[in-house]
Ligand binder design. Structure first.
Ligand code: FES
Length: 109
């Protein structure tokens, strides 16, 4: 569909999934991972997308330009485990056309 973008997500087992992500449903990456069941229930999205749990942390693997981190996202990532330079919170990444081709890896639980 024209409204979809392709996003590649490597799950916590190292398996790569190329998924179609709708840009017209006001979804974020955390919700996308849940919708495709790429992480077990209860291991992602614990705070409901409020940038308060870091269970949706992922690593950005390619140079697709993403929106800047908000102060809330910065603050959460400064306290989370396994944070790398390319860490983002999936729940803070809204799916838009700009995310076409994005490749992500889910951070460990
Ligand atoms: S779902 Fe909790 S920080 Fe993203």
């Amino acid at each position: 569909m024209a409204q979809d973008v392709k996003i590649t997500i490597i799950d916590r087992e190292g398996v790569s999934h190329e998924v179609e992500a709708p840009t017209d449903m006001n979804m974020n990456i955390m919700e996308l991972v849940r919708a495709y069941e790429l992480a077990p229930e209860g291991t992602i999205g614990i705070c409901g997308g409020m940038a308060m749990c870091a269970s949706c942390q992922c690593y950005v693997l390619n140079d697709v330009t993403l929106p800047e981190k908000s102060d809330d996202e910065e603050a959460m990532l400064s306290e989370a485990f396994n944070v790398k330079d390319n860490s983002r919170l999936g729940c803070q990444l809204h799916i838009t056309k700009a995310l076409e081709g994005l490749k992500l890896e889910l951070a460990p639980e």
